[in-house]
Design a protein around this ligand. Structure first.
Ligand code: ATP
Length: 324
């Protein structure tokens, strides 16, 4: 392998730039050429490539988003699209690639590998932490800090007005952001898809909390939670059945995906980039780099795509105890 491509694909997350930097500099260190592919699979199909040297990634470790841009690309889902991508990679002399993204991006890479025997390695970049084979994905830790900071601010206004706030956080089908940020921000209740205890229990818990002397409350709702049809419907239900509180909703939205990456995400990204390039140069392929017990591990990419992450039961218990 003499030339490695690197790109970001799907939803962006803080830490992607730090991972790009790491891949580029590891290539330079090991004297392999490196090419940045813009806009993920879209840029691969259009031949949007740029050679990257160690200096081309100066001053990006602290930046959110991705300098290589990201995209969702329908054409890559077709055989013809992937053939175009392959032809462009060959023309450019790229022998292997590192894909930084989520499970959709990994699925595309896996199919590409099967069709063209093209070496690929994945780095998990998503704030949702929903990828099997790694305890942490790039961007998760930063997103938690962003959410905790936002909830701290909401708490100030909630306690000034005796309000009950429902705060919706991202996470797609899983509740990792909600649970961790909820415990970190001292939320009264955390509603996650992995543990649907029903609306009645939520009401009881809010009543108990009010009776115990709390004047305001914060309930974190994971976007994938099904306790209500949606967060606004849940608000109406609580208002009807529990008129004591002035209820407000705050949907945090895309601010959770932005911002300068935390130190943890920068370090993790740097480690994962080194591991990805080294694995390719050792002839490994079709793997995702992950972290477990603070050691880097490689997981077959099909397992990373299919496997499910487990919610932290101990943390659910901690949260229950804290909301006494
Ligand atoms: P996020 O976690 O933010 O959604 P992701 O990597 O899962 O990130 P997707 O939009 O699911 O994001 O996938 C990114 C791109 O990967 C798609 O736009 C498409 O180009 C490619 N891709 C996804 N699934 C497939 C597939 N089955 N076959 C070929 N390409 C695919």
């Amino acid at each position: 392998i003499g030339k490695i491509g690197v790109f970001t694909s799907g939803g962006d997350s803080p830490g992607m730039n730090a991972a790009i930097r790491s891949v580029v500099r590891t290539c330079a260190y090991l004297k392999v050429e490196c090419v940045g592919i813009y806009r993920g699979y879209q840029g691969m199909i259009e031949g949007d490539f740029k050679p990257m040297d160690a200096r081309s990634v100066n001053n990006i470790i602290n930046k959110g988003g991705t300098i290589l841009k990201s995209a969702r690309c329908k054409e890559f889902r077709t055989k013809e699209g992937r053939q175009k991508a392959y032809d462009n990679l060959r023309k450019e002399g790229i022998d292997a690639f590192v894909v930084i993204g989520g499970d959709g991006s990994f699925t595309g890479a896996m199919i590409f590998n099967q069709e063209f025997h093209f070496p690929i390695i994945g780095i998990p970049g998503t704030i949702d932490n929903d990828i099997f084979g790694t305890t942490f994905t790039l961007g998760f830790d930063t997103a938690l800090n962003t959410v905790v900071e936002a909830i701290d601010k909401i708490r100030d206004t909630a306690s000034s007005h005796n309000r009950l706030f429902f705060v919706e956080v991202m996470g797609r089908d899983v509740g990792h952001i909600a649970l961790n940020a909820g415990v970190g921000a001292g939320a009264e209740e955390i509603l996650i898809p992995e543990e649907n205890l029903g609306r009645e229990r939520l009401l009881e818990s809010l009543k108990r909390s009010k009776e115990s002397g709390k004047s305001s409350s914060i309930v974190i709702v994971a976007e994938g939670d099904k306790t209500g049809k949606n967060i606004f419907e849940l608000k109406e239900y609580v208002e009807e059945n529990f008129p004591d509180y002035d209820v407000r909703v705050s949907v945090l939205g895309h601010m959770q995906r932005g911002g300068s990456p935390s130190c943890y995400d920068r370090v993790l990204a740097s480690r994962m980039g080194v591991k990805a390039v080294e694995a390719l140069l050792q002839g490994k392929t079709n793997l995702m780099v992950g972290v477990q017990d603070n050691e880097l591990i490689l997981t077959p990419i099909h397992k990373a795509i299919k496997g499910h992450t487990k919610i932290d039961k101990e943390l659910i218990r901690v949260s229950d105890i804290m909301s006494i």
